[in-house]
Design a protein around this ligand. Structure first.
Ligand code: MG
Length: 377
């Protein structure tokens, strides 16, 4: 075996303390089990589709905006750095980060809300659960099993939230939500790496789009503090360089804060094993001061960017597209592609939700035209 566990803390997830795969497979020859998981995720169809799914801006609105793919890569980069600095399993953190958004619908949160609404009478739709369903069931790549047959801890990390009702249906993976247990530290890192990534890249994309301005951001303490530092360090700096230097400094401050706060919390908790981690409280966290600054930043982004009228126009349109598609397929499942028709006979609504959720933004728009525009085929 490669010596990839050297240097891991005693409470890190390793191949030899993992609960393993659902279907037994020969061990990988030149990789760890979690490197294999990361590689399987990268080769999946759902991962490639992230390139054409909205983060905030719809894919065709501009070539420089983040998509779910570049977002996931940024989360993985931040997560890996944190995991490595805390002597945790960075391959696991990377795998979970790359997979955390696989179940997202087209058109970001607007799409997810619309699909959840459509599925209300049929068990609902949660994107976290859909990410798990994608890696457990929907991917068709292997002869011996459905899905990617990932390690337990990778699946546990992907299932960030889950309703109590759904947790009861998930067997051992749902138990932690019912018994109030924590996932691995590697999974806890992904949640906050996600937050660091989107808060910072949404500032960047928001400014690039012109929907928010530097003047507005100077009212947000976390941004103002760092742009001040940058101006002092580089007098006369402006434009894109000022923005990027400021964001770079913000990410650095947030990661550094997280590392020192979490390092202390881990030491104080006395955890020694992975089992201890499950029993302990959440140990990966920002300092209270940083939490407050993040809360203010998020509040600003929500009001100024996510609820900007131009963004709302798009999300409103997106909601209608998702609703139209769902309704049309539910009314007439014979309009579905054959592989979805096959299981629509067992669970029509879920088959329709899987099909719609898997669509990219542009594919959903194309399907909408095919179904509703006279003269299109
Ligand atoms: Mg995310």
């Amino acid at each position: 075996m490669p010596s990839c566990f050297e240097g891991y803390a005693s409470y890190a997830v390793r191949d030899d303390n993992s609960l393993g795969r659902r279907f037994e497979e020969p061990r990988p020859k030149a990789r760890s089990q979690f490197q294999r998981d990361r590689d399987r995720i990268i080769h999946s169809a759902a991962f490639r589709r992230l390139e054409y799914k909205t983060q905030v801006f719809v894919n065709h609105e501009g070539d420089l905006f983040r998509t779910r793919l570049t977002h996931s890569i940024e989360v993985a980069q931040i997560g890996r750095a944190i995991a490595r600095a805390l002597s945790l399993n960075d391959d696991l953190t990377e795998a979970v980060s790359l997979a955390h958004d696989l179940g997202h619908t087209p058109f970001g949160h607007a799409g997810q809300d619309a699909l959840n609404e459509c599925m209300r009478e049929f068990g609902g739709f949660e994107h976290n659960l859909q990410s798990l369903r994608t890696v457990d069931q929907l991917e068709e790549r292997y002869g011996a099993f459905d899905g990617l047959n990932l390690m337990y801890e990778t699946r546990e990390g992907i299932l960030k939230h889950c309703s109590t009702k759904n947790a009861r249906l998930l067997g051992s993976l749902g138990e932690r939500f019912l018994n109030n247990k924590r996932p691995s530290l590697e999974a806890q890192i992904c949640n906050l790496a996600d937050e660091i990534a989107y808060n910072n890249h949404d500032i960047d994309d928001g400014l690039r789009s012109g929907l928010i301005t530097l003047e507005q951001l100077e009212e947000v303490s976390l941004f103002a503090r760092h742009s001040d530092q940058v101006r002092k360090q580089y007098p006369g700096i402006s434009g894109r360089r000022l923005i990027h230097e400021t964001i770079r400094h913000m990410i650095d401050t947030q990661v550094t804060d997280l590392l020192s706060e979490s390092g202390e919390a881990i030491a104080k908790s006395g955890v020694e094993t992975l089992t201890d981690v499950h029993e302990a409280s959440v140990l990966i966290a920002f300092s209270p001061a940083m939490q407050e600054e993040n809360r203010l930043l998020k509040g600003f982004l929500r009001e100024a960017l996510y609820r900007h009228y131009q963004v709302l126009r798009m999300t409103n349109k997106a909601r209608r597209i998702i609703r139209d598609l769902f309704t049309a397929f539910l009314e007439e499942p014979r309009l579905l592609p054959p592989q979805y028709q096959a299981y629509a006979s067992e669970d029509k609504a879920r088959a329709v939700a899987d099909y719609v959720a898997g669509m990219t933004d542009r594919y959903a728009m194309k399907e909408h035209r095919r179904l509703f525009a006279v003269g299109e085929i």
